[in-house]
Design a protein around this ligand. Sequence first.
Ligand code: COA
Ligand code: ZN
Length: 327
Amino acid sequence: MSESKRKVHVHEVFMRDGLQNEAVFVPTDEKARMVDALSRTGLTKIEVTSFTSASAIPALRDADALMQRIERRPGVVYAALVLNLRGAQRALDARADELNLVVSASETHNLANTRMTRRQSRHALREVCRLAGEHAKVALSIGTAFGCPMEGAVLFDDVLDIADEFVGSGVAGITLCDTTGMADPAQVRKACAGLAGRWPGVALTLHLHDTRGMGLANALAGLEAGITRFDASLGGLGGCPFAPGASGNICTEDLVHMLEAVGCDTGVDLQALIDCAAELPGIVGHEIRGQVWRAGSADRRYPRPADFEQIVERAHVRESMQAAVGS
Ligand code: COA
Ligand code: ZN
């Protein structure tokens, strides 16, 4: 009897976390075309944009127009990042399916990122929960949950305190964000294992950055500790412009490839994802970080060297000569 594969959800954040960190402004129609292409890969959640201030994140200043231009594919959740009440109202007007609220566990990063203290952010986001009500789902992302590039270590109790409060306010999901790739696999395993059963019915997601090359190792540690939802960014692009040293998210196509290789079912068509990633250098104007879009899946087979027959023949001749000498 064959064991059924473990279902793992991959949420695509390139359109938000990826583009917010790019110098280039990708035209709205081009963005809409990308969202539509990503919608057809089997991904079930796409963070389309953020409803923040245009001067803070100029690359996403077309959020309202973009949401009007995307095709809404049934079964796909179109999410948007929100930091304050004004952003929430815009996101609701634009019919975002899910508002992804953000607060950082570190006071310093929260101030640098949102110009608000954590207390002010929490107050504003509680108001957002009330406003969203029945109109849209709400999830909370907790930034710098595994470390802050300015403060250093972050108390995991602070993370839990924020999460507990918002679970109490009715959020449907909690996302732990390693904003600048400071987490290591042992830390992720311990943190995630300790959360099992803490928030029943609340979707728990890991949002990892590969800043120090530990991104996929951290994802695997999370998976082994029971996590079944991951944010990831096409081409491994991304990063918070207000977090010094930030760089790309774990790469969606590399993550999907790894998850499938270890026996999970992501429901994502890897080749379709690779085709999307291959377009990115042309769109953002530079090389991208991912690996699998270049090498292909591990089950890809390359042709043998052109002179392979001669190589075999020579090897066989030598082998028989060696055998003759040895006998
Ligand atoms: N949407 C559009 N504009 C907004 C806005 C929103 N949600 N919230 C504030 N603004 C505008 C204000 O109207 C004001 O515009 P003006 O300068 O033309 O008058 C300007 O932004 C500043 O408003 P203020 O309320 O003083 O905000 P602030 O300067 O304290 O900044 C944020 C607060 C949250 C709006 C801003 O820091 C921000 O958007 N940060 C983005 C952080 C981010 O996305 N990080 C990466 C993802 S985690
Ligand atoms: Zn991020």
